[in-house]
Design a protein. Structure first.
Length: 173
């Protein structure tokens, strides 16, 4: 009188299926995490380089205004010195540089992550900022001033380089 029914277990997953699924999901999760971390690292590196280049571009644009008007330039102990002749306005209202008059000396140097400018005997003023892990070097060849931005721990690794030609150059090329 007892009726026995055999119940079939057709509605579930086996332990092996669940373990394989968890393993696959873990591998996909690890791969996505690795990809995201790598992407963030690359973005951060590019962002830092962009900040450095932007700082260097600002420095270069401000510096080129003075360098182009210089009649001479020298570099000593990584300090750039420019000789800029006075700007004269004649009776017709025309402006020109008097290359025979005594020039004003402009000094540029890096100190504590900032580029300073000193005009004549006036006090030095902050001219542009530079990332703390970056350095600036100046060089002069003939009528051209070169500004190199590099890593401060490796001056040989140039990040950016700019060349500016002096329009009022008074020397041998």
């Amino acid at each position: 009188m007892f009726v026995r029914f055999k119940i079939k277990n057709t509605g579930g997953f086996t332990l092996v299926e669940i373990m394989v699924t968890m393993l696959i999901l873990a591998m996909v999760g690890f791969s996505l995490t690795s990809l995201i971390l790598h992407t963030l690292g690359a973005w951060s590196s590019g962002y830092d380089r962009n900040d450095t280049v932007t700082d260097a571009d600002v420095l270069f644009q401000k510096l080129q205004l003075d360098v182009r008007e210089a009649s001479a330039a020298t570099v000593a102990e990584n300090e750039l010195r420019l000789s800029i002749p006075p700007l004269i306005t004649d009776s017709n209202g025309e402006k020109y540089y008097d290359l025979t008059a005594t020039p004003t000396t402009y000094r540029y140097y890096l100190q504590n992550g900032k580029i300073y400018q000193q005009i004549g005997t006036s006090p030095a003023r902050s001219f542009a900022s530079c990332a703390s892990d970056r350095g600036i070097t100046f060089s002069v060849t003939g009528n051209t001033v070169t500004v190199n931005v590099h890593k401060s721990d490796n001056p040989e690794e140039t990040i950016d380089s700019y060349q500016i030609v002096m329009r009022n150059f008074q020397g041998q090329e």
